[in-house]
Design a binder for this molecule. Sequence first.
Ligand code: NAD
Length: 356
Amino acid sequence: MREFTYEAQPMRVVLRPGGSVTAVPDEAGRLGLRRLLVVCGPRGAETARAVADALGDACAGLHAEARMHVPAEVADRAVEAVRAVGADGCVAVGGGSAIGLGKVIALRTGLPLLAVPSTYSGSEMTPVWGLTEHGTKRTGRDPSVLPRSVVYDPELTLSLPVGLSVTSGVNAVAHAAEALYAPDASPLVSLMAEEGARAMTGALPALAADPHDLDARGRALYGAWLCGAALGATTMGLHHKLCHVLGGTFGLPHAETHTVVLPYALAYNAPAAPEAMAALGRALDTDDVPEALRELAGRLGAPRSLAELGLKETDVAVAAGAVSGQAYPNPREVTEAGVLGVLRAAYAGDRPSARH
Ligand code: NAD
């Protein structure tokens, strides 16, 4: 038996169709909260309004200004809004961007956060916050940003377009994959990661065939929960570092970038992570995990190459230099030539191979 350390996160999770309006008021009541500010992005305002209405007198206002990667000025305005209404807590409704804003509010004010996720990003399960100042994103870990309660409402995700559902779903699988070979992996987290990858990859074809399949939407959120919990419990490797650089430095879209890069990062790491590959193989029912993931995402209409996402060929070498110049845990040694091979293959959308 390998040694391990496991730390349970103090968090309540409710999964219920309609829960964004039926469960959120109860969750706020359990926490004794009476003046909640609801935060969301501009496109999520209608849904967040329904949550605000359900809270009734316990809603102190609606702030619909969340944006990708939490720009500092957006965070400043949100904290001002919290103070202006005398809020005693915050409910973030939306994807990783809205939840990211809720986390920075919690970090700066110490107020409790409730999360109502509408994508599969998994941010709601992690104590990691991010803030973008002068074009640079800083991240940190702080237990105070972990939501006190998370309400997963499959009905809320019926409007998530199939394209974004698929890429966001593969983003979740990426968390599970890297958790399985993380240096701080542990048996319970590995079980969650394997089951999360199984639930998500099983749900995606069904919801792509019928985006209104509530059962498939529920299974995808269940998968997102488990994959997000695995992300929150472990330290990510090469794949997340590649996506961080491609998103942060070259402005590539978050979930789509994860979807394109994952098969190549896994093909690179596979020879050094046989147990993780075996777990993912069981989850996806395949003996070629990288190709199975690439085939699944492509079949469901996701982009297949970094070129399609707008990366310039000349940026490939710049990104490879940035990713290989940093220190982070990874099962296989990260060399500049290795990263360059991974990025070249992902740029072209080639069949993934461990030889890159
Ligand atoms: P997002 O929150 O930016 O949402 C993407 C788009 O989908 C937005 O335009 C949004 O309005 C729309 N959308 C969301 N839910 C919808 C729904 N149900 N119906 C219709 N449209 C909907 O994207 P994301 O991929 O969820 O999150 C990405 C952000 O989260 C990034 O900034 C990333 O760094 C961060 N993130 C952080 C962590 C963490 O642990 N801190 C984990 C994962 C992601």
